[in-house]
Design a protein around this ligand. Structure first.
Ligand SMILES: C[S@@+](CC[C@H](N)C(=O)[O-])C[C@H]1O[C@@H](n2cnc3c(N)ncnc32)[C@H](O)[C@@H]1O
Length: 407
């Protein structure tokens, strides 16, 4: 029996109407007719009977098996339309619409941060992403997603897995390309002792990693894991949030700058290590607020060593429990807000009563973005535009930057 794919769900699976309800299929596109083996509500051994004109040959030879990408079989214009529709649908759920700016997509091989899995095997080591819908690790020597610096780190990462992994448990390796070499954060490894620490630091030296953090402990610091942010040099704490690609970061920053326009004093809410605060401080006073003390310390240190910045103050504060109140927000001319996936319910309620003329809102979750947008628009703000920034290329993640204004 053939099935016609109606749409893609939010995880990128195709959805078709079966006789007993919806049927899900991976690696397909809307409009395609497919057949395969139906097990429960899932189609496997899929054969594309009528391919979509949006179908392309994946650029990566690992795409079929590897779960790192979900949309390699779709043409870029399709992905751009689909990601925009995800945001439009979330906004429509709140009764909202917005003009959209064209999506900006990060190039192939630009992901500077990723979390890989590693496991020892009888014959050696497995390192890579989990397979599609499976917990088996797929090796990805020709990955088209990761920055070349991360791919070049594979031999060293494999050495870490061989030494500190096991055949029964899996290591998680968060890797970040930095100016001082790859910064590695491992969790789930063997317990540390003096000899093991020494062996690990030998691997760090031999493979030129900048820093190795093993189950929460920094075991080696060969060089500073520094990032350039604006004119500043920032050394983020191990595992701290960083935008996934330099190009995505630049696009988000450009969107934020265009949303704000010239300002006198900006508050950067959920500021991280200063992705927006540091570049903005080149032209305006900035107050950066972030919940993580170590990230604020990294931001402060970077600001102190950067010349010609306007005043950049900072504050460690839990913005879920203690958002900046409308009275405090009145000290600023505009706000930037970039919350985690949960959104910023409490802080948005305060922004809605702040009277601030401009808010640049960045989000990695269209659903919480739309929820918070509803609060702002109900208070009289206009959603001027939204721009999707695709820094998780070929994945179903959707990120955006937007502008709200009060007239
Ligand atoms: C999406 S990141 C954005 C960081 C920064 N704007 C950037 O672009 O690099 C969200 C930030 O919110 C911070 N955060 C999470 N929960 C928080 C809370 N309850 N209060 C304040 N900050 C929080 C995280 O530590 C993280 O740095």
């Amino acid at each position: 029996m053939t099935y016609k794919i109606d749409r893609l769900g939010h995880l990128g699976d195709g959805v078709a109407q079966g006789t007993d309800g919806p049927i899900f299929a991976t690696g397909v596109l809307p409009g395609e007719e497919v057949d395969g083996v139906l097990t429960g509500d899932r189609l496997t051994d899929i054969r594309i009977v009528t391919p979509s004109t949006d179908r392309v040959k994946p650029t990566c030879r690992h795409a079929r098996a590897c779960g790192g990408c979900q949309l390699q079989h779709a043409a870029d214009p399709f992905v751009a339309r689909w990601k925009q529709e995800v945001v439009q649908t979330a906004l429509a759920g709140q009764g909202l619409t917005a003009p959209f700016r064209p999506m900006v997509t990060s190039p192939a091989n630009s992901r500077r941060r990723a979390t890989l899995s590693g496991r020892r095997t009888k014959g050696g080591v497995l390192l890579g992403f989990h397979g599609k819908g499976s917990d088996i690790i797929t090796q990805i020597p020709d990955c088209k997603l990761l920055h070349p610096a991360l791919i070049a780190a594979f031999p060293g990462l494999e050495a870490l897995v061989a030494l500190g992994g096991s055949r029964t448990t899996e290591l998680s390796l968060m890797v970040t390309a930095t100016r001082g070499g790859v910064d590695v954060v491992v969790t789930g490894g063997k317990p540390l002792d003096a000899g093991f620490r020494l062996d690990l630091s030998r691997i760090v030296e031999a493979h030129g990693f900048s820093r190795l953090t093993w189950d929460g402990e920094t075991v080696a610091l060969r060089d500073r894991p520094a990032q350039s942010i604006g004119k500043a040099t920032v050394v983020p704490p191990a595992g701290a949030f960083l935008q996934a690609t330099a190009e995505g970061e630049a696009a988000l920053l450009s969107g934020v700058q265009q949303a704000l326009g010239p300002q006198r004093r900006v508050v950067d809410l959920f500021a991280g290590v200063g992705t927006f605060a540091l570049p903005l401080a080149a032209t305006t006073e900035v107050h950066a607020v972030e919940g993580d003390r170590d990230m604020i310390a990294a931001l402060d240190l970077a600001a102190r060593h950067t010349q010609n910045l306007h005043r950049l103050s900072s504050e460690t504060r839990d913005l879920f429990r203690r958002p900046l109140e409308p009275d405090e927000l009145k000290a600023f001319t505009a706000a930037v807000i970039d919350p985690p996936r949960a959104g910023a319910e409490a802080q948005t309620a305060c922004l809605a009563r702040s009277g601030l003329k401009v808010i640049a809102a960045v989000s990695c979750n269209p659903v919480t973005f739309a929820r918070d947008a509803k609060v702002l628009t109900a208070a009289g703000y206009r959603l001027d535009w939204v721009q999707v920034v695709d820094q998780f290329r070929w994945s179903t993640h959707v990120e955006l930057v937007s502008r709200f204004s009060l007239t």
